[in-house]
Design a protein around this ligand. Sequence first.
Ligand code: MLT
Length: 263
Amino acid sequence: MKAHINGIDLAYTDQGRGTPLVFVHAFPLGKAMWAPQVQALSARCRVITVDLRGHGESEAPLWRYTMDQFADDLKGLLDHLAIRQAVMAGLSMGGYVLFAFYRKFPDRVKGLVLADTRAREDSEEGRAGRFAMAQLAYKNGASAIADAMLPKLLSQASLHGRPELVQQVRAIITATQVSGIAGDLMGMAERLDSVPLLKAIACPTLVIVGEQDTATPPADARLMADAIPGARLAIIPAAAHLANLEQPEAFNRAVDSFLESVE
Ligand code: MLT
């Protein structure tokens, strides 16, 4: 489905009934990464997934992208769907977007799931890496970005033993337009440090991390879980950065029991 929000068409899915649960994807993926969550969790709640601007089937304007703009788009989608409050779940860049969303619209958040993400801003080297990757996308396209990102997204066991999963992730990445990839990278490079926000997060929060995540390691997850009042932490064994795709059952169980506590 599509909704016209903040001047562009955004693609989303909306399945199931009950508590709204909105999934926000990672860089440089799209809503398709949430297929195992839609399948399992839409039986118990209303699951919404969205392609952020620049991704999947949403429009990808060649313009400045920021975490605040993504947050405004999400708020526009909630308004479009007449949802006052939702449980918001973001993985990696999706988590960065949710920090921006919480800063701007805390009363729209019933609960937060922060998966394989971090509150810290980029280091100087991190920022330099973003600009190098944007150049790579511009010169060589999304398939070069898939080559660079796959080893950061999946565990060694998946990279070598689950070709269909590797292919699935590659296909989602290569469906992302270069304007979106470059826009994300610049937006992530200039995002705010969210560490000072953590102690002010007043809604129920679940932090999830793949045990083998090297992109946003368990230490980052512990920092968030320790600082957010009352937050829970779930560490997913045998998973790296895309824990929701590598170990969907364990990931879904953690989200399911969190939803029970929020409801
Ligand atoms: C992501 O998965 O969204 C990215 O790894 C985030 C990042 O590069 O910081």
